[in-house]
Design a protein around this ligand. Structure first.
Ligand code: ATP
Length: 304
């Protein structure tokens, strides 16, 4: 991925995945830099789980190639132990307790750290005597994120397992992830709908929509992508003429308009002259706006 000097951990080339009547991934080419935290974002059904399942060799692509550390992961005993895929719908044996799941993970991952795991088990208050099948959604999620963190796999995918956690537990997850990443740099790919919550964690965003990559950019660059202007509607209309508008709302004579592109010094001066306010656009808003725009363009293409 752009901006990363440590090289690529994952390369996806021209990958298409078809289910019967659905093309879940449509000629996807994307890479994920090594030793970085990536956000894989997109609407429901965008293709995130399919992409992660293919990279982790749980699913074959219909076309195209995937490489993890330069090797095809499918049926590859050298690469698979380096990959941990934690998903919300993780299945466990009928009678499994949390300790059984941790033991299985400890056997599977050579970098597994029991001290770290035990600390996380205490942090998340994982019940010891309850079968995983009988656990609450949040408790199951805690088991899953502990496996994802304590495995210290070279590439770890979190497919929204932390969505079942409450706000306090999610914060704990984000804190422990960042601490452990700082001490043991490795590659993480997080998918989430809570974009603003993970915005401070992720270094790169891959946005997928309708099975295609819509955006693949360092978060730092995205912050300059758009800005919201607030103030008198007539002044905003004057200022935004000729600019690409991502979103606008008016309330009486006041408008809030989000425009694409960074403002030049001269434009910022003009904003002040017109007595308008500038507000940053959150990553979540930007992603929502860009996705909505892409959907509108696709609809227009289909109709024309
Ligand atoms: N086993 C399957 N059989 C048929 N279609 C499938 C199957 N799995 C996924 N799909 C379809 O492929 C598309 C992509 O699904 P995928 O689960 O990858 O999306 P997602 O981005 O992970 O969505 P969400 O955020 O809702 O989890 C969807 O249209 C989905 O209906």
């Amino acid at each position: 991925m752009s901006g990363n000097t440590a090289g690529q951990a994952i390369e996806v080339r021209s990958v298409t995945r078809r289910y019967k009547n659905t093309t879940a991934l449509d000629d996807v080419t994307v890479s994920f830099g090594k030793d970085a935290i990536h956000g894989l974002l997109g609407r429901n059904g965008a293709g995130k789980t399919t992409l992660m399942s293919i990279i982790t060799a749980q699913l074959w692509p219909s076309e195209g190639q995937v490489e993890v550390f330069g090797q095809t992961p499918h049926e590859n005993e050298q690469v698979l132990p380096k990959i941990c895929f934690v998903r919300e719908d993780q299945r466990y044996p009928e009678d499994a307790l949390a300790k059984h799941a941790f033991k299985a993970a400890a056997d599977a991952y050579e970098n597994w750290d029991w001290d770290f795991a035990n600390r996380l088990i205490a942090d998340f208050k994982v019940p010891q005597k309850t079968k995983i099948k009988k656990m609450s959604r949040g408790q199951k999620s805690a088991v899953a994120v502990i496996i994802g963190l304590a495995s210290r796999a070279e590439v770890t995918f979190f497919d929204e397992p932390y969505m079942g956690l409450d706000a306090v537990a999610r914060q704990l997850f984000y804190d422990r992830l960042l601490e452990d990443y700082a001490a043991h740099p490795r590659t993480f790919v997080l998918s989430s709908h809570l974009i603003d919550e993970i915005a401070h964690l992720i270094e790169n965003v891959v946005l997928i929509d309708g099975g295609r990559i819509l955006l693949d950019e360092p978060v730092e660059d995205l912050r300059d992508r758009a800005v919201t202007i607030v103030g008198r509607a007539d002044a905003i209309a004057e200022f935004t003429t000729g600019r690409e508008i991502l979103h606008e709302e008016t309330m009486g004579r006041i408008a809030r308009t989000t425009v694409l592109g960074a403002l030049t010094e001269a434009e910022q001066q003009r904003v002040r002259e017109l007595d308008l306010d500038l507000q940053p656009v959150s990553l979540q808003q930007l992603i929502v706006r860009l996705t909505t725009r892409a959907n509108a363009e696709n609809t227009a293409e289909v109709q024309s």
